[in-house]
Design a protein around this ligand. Structure first.
Ligand SMILES: NC(=O)C1=CN([C@@H]2O[C@H](COP(=O)(O)OP(=O)(O)OC[C@H]3O[C@@H](n4cnc5c(N)ncnc54)[C@H](OP(=O)(O)O)[C@@H]3O)[C@@H](O)[C@H]2O)[C@@H](O)CC1
Ligand SMILES: [K+]
Length: 462
């Protein structure tokens, strides 16, 4: 910022914002635009963008939340461009009749939820038919955590400046942002080298996925052991194997009570009629899906010196001190309810503060943790490692057995040699994409998701 003339970043932000607003309107000339303007720089961005729209013939009115503390230069610029101002008490008809509303109440400087006047405006806005564009982020969300305390603005579109804020990527706040567009304002060089959050994209995942070479045999490509299923839940074993077979390991070894069901569906599975301890060569274990109440296979898997993924019943059956103290890596894949049990808090508390929950679990269990849900987050035990957020999920994935497929897939990637963080990230990404392909806008089953994994893999790598 030291190298830039004062206000240069703000002008870039406002120019990008105005262009995005113009795209969102059928035409700028003659349209009615209302600006909700707070007293900080977020409000100033909004006023400068409003001035640009006013110069193009829009009728622009700024509702000033703090008339005596509004950014003076920005306000002057709007008035010079032909814009007008109003107070919050006059806002109702302006919001009701606007084509477009810009939410510039607060940006990254906002803390602790909206104040009463802003809350009232957000309520009026929710009832307005206008398209709502959030400036930098929807006012009222917590920018750094994705938490929402009280009311927040619900936007159709968020124009964010310089970099994505965690709150735009993590639920519940993410749901307030609508679609998110990033405007480059030339901040890249000044951003911290280690971000708080990372969202891997196609190319990042492609670089992680294992590729067999001429030298590969099934053992070099990794054998993943699946200790899952029970007479009560044989399906969990079948689905975990289905995921594992598509995850790049050279072979899948199964131990458990669902041998017949697994072999009937996947004759290529290696079967061991022992527990994990004596099962033969395995480079990573998946333990727990459909395990019902038998803690022995989970304990045996944890006693090995290879990476272990614990899911579902395995999270409940595992001895917590063993998880904490084992030397080989452990990957936990709870949903919010299971995470709540591990943390001794309620499911609602986990869902309201996912980032805190996933970090706390990773710290407390000295394990990598993949927290499933509307936003899947992955945290490594080292608190300085950026938390990963998966961008490919779909609500259709909230279907029985979908988690079993994910655990098999992630276990397979672990066996192929990926670190727990990378295995979890790549599995969540592939699984989310496969869920989208399988669903294609209609209900889908876990089985279909597993079958769509190769398509997702091909899409990423070709
Ligand atoms: N940094 C950069 O490089 C760039 C930053 N840019 C822009 O600046 C924005 C950040 O601006 P900022 O720091 O001025 O804070 P901002 O978000 O406007 O909020 C502070 C104001 O809001 C008020 N307020 C606080 N909490 C509140 C609440 N709960 N409910 C209601 N009001 C509340 C608070 O009032 P006060 O406490 O003083 O009474 C204060 O006046 C950023 O998001 C982006 O848009 C771009 O121009 C590009 C370059
Ligand atoms: K805002």
């Amino acid at each position: 910022m030291a190298r830039l003339p004062a206000g240069a970043l703000m002008q870039r932000a406002a120019a990008g914002l105005a262009a995005a607003c113009a795209d969102a309107l059928p035409r700028v000339y003659g349209s009615r635009v209302t600006l909700l303007t707070g007293s900080g720089d977020n409000g100033a961005d909004t006023l400068y963008a409003g001035a640009r729209l006013a110069r193009r013939g829009a009728s622009v009115t700024a509702v000033l939340l703090a008339p005596d503390r509004t950014h003076p230069e920005a306000l002057k610029t709007l008035l010079r461009a032909g814009g007008t101002t109003a107070t919050a008490t006059d806002a109702a008809p302006l919001l009701q009749h606007a084509d477009l509303v810009l939410d510039g109440i607060v940006g990254i400087g906002g803390k602790g939820g909206l104040r009463p006047e802003a809350t009232h405006l957000a309520g009026l806005l929710a009832a307005s038919p206008a398209t709502v564009v959030a400036v930098d982020l929807p006012s009222g969300i917590e920018p750094d955590t994705g938490e929402v305390h009280g009311t927040a603005v619900r936007a159709d579109l968020t124009i964010t400046f310089g970099t994505h804020k965690p709150g735009l990527l993590i639920d519940p706040a993410r749901a307030y942002a609508g679609s998110v567009r990033l405007i480059d304002i030339g901040l890249a060089a000044t951003l911290p080298h280690t971000p708080a959050l990372e969202s891997l994209q196609h190319a990042d995942i492609a670089a992680l996925l294992p590729r067999p070479t001429g030298e590969s045999d099934k053992y070099r490509r990794g054998v993943v052991g699946i200790a899952a299923g029970s007479t009560r839940y044989p399906g969990a074993a079948v689905l975990a194997v289905a995921g594992a077979l598509r995850g790049g390991a050279g072979a899948v070894r199964y131990v458990g009570a669902a041998t017949d069901a697994v072999l009937a569906r996947f004759p290529e599975t290696l079967i061991s009629h022992t527990g994990p301890k004596k099962a033969g060569r395995v480079q990573a274990w998946v333990a727990g899906p459909g395990a019902a109440d038998d803690p022995a296979p989970v304990a045996e898997a944890l006693a090995t010196d290879v990476p272990v993924l614990l899911d579902a019943d395995g999270l409940r059956l595992a001895d917590r001190d063993t998880v904490r103290t084992r030397k080989a890596p452990t990957l936990l894949t709870p949903h919010a309810g299971e995470a709540a049990a591990l943390l001794g808090i309620s499911r609602e508390e986990v869902e309201a503060a996912r980032l805190t929950a996933v970090r706390e679990l990773a710290r407390r269990y000295d394990a990598t943790v993949l927290l499933k849900g509307s936003t899947t987050l992955i945290a490594a035990p080292d608190p300085d490692t950026p938390v990963r957020v998966n961008a490919t999920g779909t609500p259709w994935l909230a279907t029985a057995g979908s988690g079993d497929v994910l655990s098999g897939l992630a276990g397979s990637l672990l066996a192929a040699g990926l670190s727990p963080l990378d295995a979890a990230s790549a599995a969540a990404y592939l699984h989310g994409l496969a869920g989208r392909y399988a669903a294609d806008g209609a209900p889908t089953s876990a089985h279909d998701v597993a079958e769509a994994i190769p398509r997702a893999w091909r899409d990423i790598t070709t």
